[in-house]
Design a binder for this molecule. Structure first.
Ligand SMILES: Nc1ncnc2c1ncn2[C@@H]1O[C@H](COP(=O)(O)OP(=O)(O)OP(=O)(O)O)[C@@H](O)[C@H]1O
Ligand SMILES: [Mg+2]
Length: 283
């Protein structure tokens, strides 16, 4: 498997605080990679470094064998798009204007959209289900509508590599599936490389080809969903006890977490009717 995008002994910190340490990661081309890990483990930090938004303290991010820091913003933006975790749009900006921003790396002059730009914007609005509110200000949308508008902007950029930080947050269950199916389609039909941060391990198992588990800024497990989504990983990375079963339809792991793993906090005990409950008197 080749990897256009990879990191080489990456160290990233905020001020003097080190967050990511010695990370050498290869993003497999034409596959869907899921980054999983606890809150604060460094997933967004890693994604921002991959997109050249954050400058590493040492080590490098390589795109096509060349340090991303030595490539221009426009050069990088033609190859990869990022959906940040908490994007914010200027007051009053409409959905269509936001999505059109995705076309900036392809534009020559300021703000004039070509026919091709228009086509890309319309397509992105269509596939994310945001065309109906294209004229509305982004700041007046619901959380889920806004999230889809931002996804549309990243798609309009029309890049081979897509980095998405929690693309399904704020979305109801149907829209979560819609976005994941869309990403799957872009990957399977057009061969796009996708890296997504997800908290739902069952989504990671079902939609990703490659799963990377991050703990304290380090990639502690990497491999197929079957290799990574395991009871051992849940304990080591999340401090959670879980049962892993196999989805009979897809043959993929499904995890059912039932208790915190750390002794001395809250202990889980089987409930009398067979369910597991927390003993609130402990810890
Ligand atoms: N701009 C910043 N300045 C200082 N510290 C930061 C900054 N951004 C993130 N951090 C810290 O870096 C660590 C990693 O943050 P990061 O956002 O990468 O975590 P994450 O894995 O994406 O978490 P989550 O699942 O909550 O989104 C955290 O301890 C966080 O507080
Ligand atoms: Mg994050």
């Amino acid at each position: 498997m080749s990897g256009r995008l990879r990191t080489d002994q990456l160290h990233i910190g905020y001020g003097r605080r080190s967050i990511v340490e010695d990370l050498s990661l290869r993003i497999p081309d034409g596959q869907i990679t899921a980054l999983v890990g606890a809150n604060g483990s460094g997933k967004s930090t890693i994604l921002k470094a991959l997109a050249r938004i954050l400058k590493p303290a040492s080590g490098q991010v390589l795109l096509d064998g060349k340090s991303i820091q030595r490539q221009s913003t426009r050069e990088v933006a033609k190859q990869l798009a990022i959906l940040p975790q908490n994007p914010s749009a200027p007051d009053g900006l409409t959905v269509e204007e936001l999505v059109a921003f995705g076309r900036y790396p392809h534009q020559r002059g300021m703000g004039t959209l070509t026919g091709e730009d228009r086509k890309a914007v319309d397509w992105a609005l269509q596939v994310t289900g945001t065309a109906d509110f294209r004229d509305r200000p982004v700041d007046q949308l619901s959380g889920g509508q806004r999230q889809r508008a931002w996804i549309a902007m990243a798609l309009a950029q029309d890049t081979e590599i897509l980095l998405l930080d929690e693309p399904t947050t704020f979305l109801d269950i149907a829209h979560q599936l819609e976005v994941l199916q869309l990403l799957l389609r872009l990957n399977r039909e057009e061969g796009r490389t996708i890296v997504m941060v997800v908290h739902d391990l069952n989504h990671a198992a079902q939609y990703a080809d490659h799963v990377v588990a991050i703990r304290q800024g380090r990639a502690v497990r990497q491999g197929t969903p079957e290799e990574v989504v395991t009871e051992d990983m849940l304990r080591a990375v999340f401090g959670v006890e879980a049962v892993i079963v196999t989805d009979p339809r897809l043959g993929l792991p499904v995890c059912m977490p039932y208790a915190l793993a750390q002794a001395g906090r809250k202990e889980a005990a089987p409930h009398k009717d067979g369910r597991i409950v927390y003993d609130q008197s402990v810890g």
